[in-house]
Design a protein around this ligand. Structure first.
Ligand code: SAM
Length: 219
C-alpha cells in the first residue's frame, strides 16, 4: 500500500515539475553541444535507404541530422528545447529546423520516408510514449522506416531512483535529476510498433545498454 501511494505521489510530482523537459534545456544552456558521435544504427540507414526525406525527432544539437544531410537526405529536425534548436541553427543551413514536441508533430500524414528518434522516447511517461508512436505512425509513409535507439531494462541503472510508473524512474543517481527515464524491453518496443517489420535489431552496451531498431511500416 505504502509503495503504491509513493508511486502515485512520484507520478503527480513528476507531472507538476515537468515543464518542457527543463532538464535538457538546462543542460544545453550550460554545456552547449552534448553529444557528437554518430550512432551506428543511424549509419545503418544507408543499407535500406539512399535518398528521401528524414524527420529527426528530439534532434538535440543535431549530430544525426547533420550526418544525414551530408549524405544527401532532405532533413527536418525538431526538438522541444529552444536552446538546442538555436545551437543547431547556428551550425547548419541545409536542414529544416523547428521547435516541436514529439506528442504533436506539425506535419501532414504520410510526409516522411524515414523517422529517427534516438534516446528520446525514454524521457516521457508511458501515455506520452504512446502518443509519440501514434504521431510517428501518422507522419511516416507506407514502407517508410523508423529508427529507434533507447534504454534497455538490462541497463544497470534500471530500478534505481524513484519509481514513477512501470519501468520508469526519476532522480536516478548519476543521471539528469528532473528527467524521467523509461527503460524498455525489446517486446515493449515491438508492441508499440505492431504494424512494422523488423529490418534490423541489436543491443549496444556503451554508457547505457540500448535497444537499436530499424523498422519498416508495412501497412
Ligand atoms: C538524450 S537527448 C538526444 C538528442 C538527439 N536525439 C541525439 O541523439 O543526439 C534527448 C532529447 O530529447 C528532447 N526531448 C525531450 N522531450 C521531448 C519532447 N516531448 N519532444 C521533443 N523533444 C524532446 C530533449 O530536449 C533532448 O534534446
Amino acid at each position: 500500500m505504502l509503495i503504491i501511494l509513493k508511486n502515485i505521489f512520484n507520478t503527480i510530482s513528476y507531472i507538476i515539475t515537468m515543464e518542457k523537459d527543463t532538464s535538457w534545456e538546462k543542460i544545453y544552456k550550460k554545456r552547449g553541444q552534448v553529444q557528437s558521435k554518430i550512432k551506428q544504427i543511424v549509419k545503418d540507414i544507408l543499407e535500406f535507404k539512399k535518398s528521401g526525406n528524414v524527420l529527426d525527432i528530439g534532434c538535440g544539437t543535431g549530430r544525426h541530422s547533420i550526418f544525414l544531410a551530408d549524405k544527401g537526405f532532405e532533413v527536418y529536425a525538431g526538438d522541444i528545447s529552444e536552446t538546442a534548436i538555436k545551437i543547431l541553427k547556428g551550425k547548419k543551413k541545409n536542414i529544416h529546423i523547428l521547435i516541436f514536441s514529439k506528442e504533436n508533430i506539425p506535419f501532414k500524414d504520410n510526409s516522411f520516408d524515414i523517422v529517427i528518434i534516438i534516446n528520446v522516447l525514454s524521457h516521457s511517461l508511458i501515455k506520452d510514449i504512446k502518443k509519440s508512436v501514434k504521431e510517428i505512425n501518422r507522419v511516416l509513409k507506407k514502407n517508410g522506416i523508423v529508427v529507434i535507439s533507447d534504454l534497455s531494462t538490462e541497463d544497470e541503472k534500471f530500478g534505481k531512483g524513484n519509481k514513477i510508473e512501470n519501468n520508469s524512474f526519476e532522480k536516478i543517481p548519476g543521471l539528469l535529476d528532473q528527467c524521467v527515464h523509461h527503460f524498455f524491453t525489446k517486446e515493449e518496443i515491438l508492441n508499440l510498433f505492431k504494424n512494422y517489420k523488423v529490418l534490423k535489431y541489436y543491443k549496444v552496451k556503451n554508457y547505457f545498454i540500448t535497444h537499436n531498431f530499424i523498422l519498416e511500416k508495412v501497412d
